[in-house]
Ligand binder design. Structure first.
Ligand code: AMP
Length: 373
């Protein structure tokens, strides 16, 4: 089985490592920029809008997948004429536009906060009628890690926020005073006989720092079972409507006991990196299984998992790691706000998983052992 991966960052690296363990070979196509897939397969740096580049890439592949959500949909449409692309273009198309995404969530029975499009200043008045303040103004496209968004506290702030975001089409959405941020990560694939399989890993509770994921803990506590099941029903519906094949992550706010869908990523997700050690089958393995039309593995947890990202720099990469913790460094050059690696721990109790993960994090960052994030 030869699989093509669009993108060559750390998600591509971890997907390829899982694929190689299952006897597959990988080939990568990525736009210019730093890559971290050396030794994992042939890499072409090229323009994903160039048909000749795509045709060369597709030659001899059994399937193609992607590791980032801003792949041009035109590239998927082109490749699909030559080789199966999983997930397909619909997951990308909807995930690339925050308005379509929210409308889609609603159609799947997921709750969303009040929102309205702001494509131009003429939309200010209508948007402010539809959305209570305070609110967030976000670019409809190409936002990530908290980029491309501004808080709007007062109606008079809207014009300045719109200008600050470059005057591009935006969404105004109600600010949600959330108690926690939760992600549901699911995988949809097929059995040997072609029947559908959908599996969820236990929910993740996510904490961000400066707009970047800092810590994820799973299973997420503080949510009742009925709330979780209702949200899972909506995600299952989304997977089916998209005919999504592979991993899908939907991020939620937990507020007043309700899960409010915020956005989705049609790919493996940072919050679920801990599944490598914390689940019977990792998100990377199951994604590649779905892409290759192999039966999925169990998503059962092996305990409580805590995961922390190593962002910007790692002071002591050679530090001794506490027992029960696992280090993953991606081989990237240090740079502010760049994700360089992550550390995971698995334990029977949440308090122990978090303590071990924090101890490993502190050691790697050259902080005293008692330093808490
Ligand atoms: P996003 O790019 O939509 O994932 O937003 C990045 C982060 O900003 C989220 O993880 C939240 O911490 C915060 N955020 C975004 N939208 C909202 C909102 N409507 N209400 C409250 N916090 C938000």
């Amino acid at each position: 089985m030869k699989v093509g991966i669009l993108g060559a960052g750390q998600l591509g690296q971890m997907l390829a490592q899982a694929a190689i363990d299952m006897g597959m070979t990988c080939r990568f196509l990525a736009p210019p920029g730093e890559t971290c897939v050396e030794g994992l397969g042939d890499l072409t740096i090229g323009d994903l809008r160039d048909a000749a580049v795509l045709d060369r890439f597709a030659q001899g592949l059994d399937a193609v997948t992607y590791e980032w959500e801003n792949v041009p949909v035109s590239a998927i449409d082109h490749l699909r004429r030559r080789v199966p692309v999983r997930p397909g273009p619909e997951s990308l198309r909807i995930g690339q536009d925050r308005i379509q995404e929210k409308q889609f969530f609603r159609s799947c029975g997921l709750r969303v906060q009040a929102f309205a499009p702001v494509d131009a200043p003429r939309d200010f008045r209508m948007a402010l009628q539809a959305v209570p303040l305070p609110a967030m103004l976000k670019t409809r496209r190409l936002g990530y890690d908290g980029k491309g968004q501004a808080r709007v506290m007062d109606a008079r702030d809207l014009a300045a926020a719109f200008e600050m975001l470059g005057g591009v089409p935006c969404i105004l959405e109600a600010f949600v005073p959330f108690d926690a941020e939760i992600s549901l990560v699911a995988v949809r694939g097929v059995e040997h006989d072609g029947t559908e399989m959908i599996r969820f890993w236990p929910a993740f509770r996510n904490e961000h720092r400066e707009g970047i994921l800092d810590r994820s803990v799973s299973p997420a506590s503080g949510m009742d079972a009925a709330t979780l099941h209702e949200a899972q029903r909506g995600v299952r519906e989304a997977l089916r409507r998209l005919d999504h094949q592979g991993v899908l992550c939907v991020e939620f706010f937990l507020a007043d006991g309700e899960l409010i869908a915020n956005e989705m990523a049609p790919r493996v997700h940072n919050s679920a990196h801990g599944t490598m050690e914390g689940a019977v089958t990792s998100q990377f393995e199951n994604h590649m299984r779905a892409v290759a039309h192999m039966p999925l593995g169990s998503t059962e947890p092996r305990g409580v998992t805590a995961m922390r990202n190593l962002v910007g720099s790692v002071a002591q990469p050679q530090a001794a790691m506490p027992p029960g913790t696992f280090l993953h460094l991606y081989g990237k050059q240090p740079r502010p706000r760049r994700k360089l690696g992550h550390v995971t721990s698995v334990a029977q109790r949440e308090i122990d998983a978090i303590a071990a993960c924090d101890a490993a994090f502190a050691a790697l960052q050259g902080q005293p052992a008692s330093a808490r994030g």
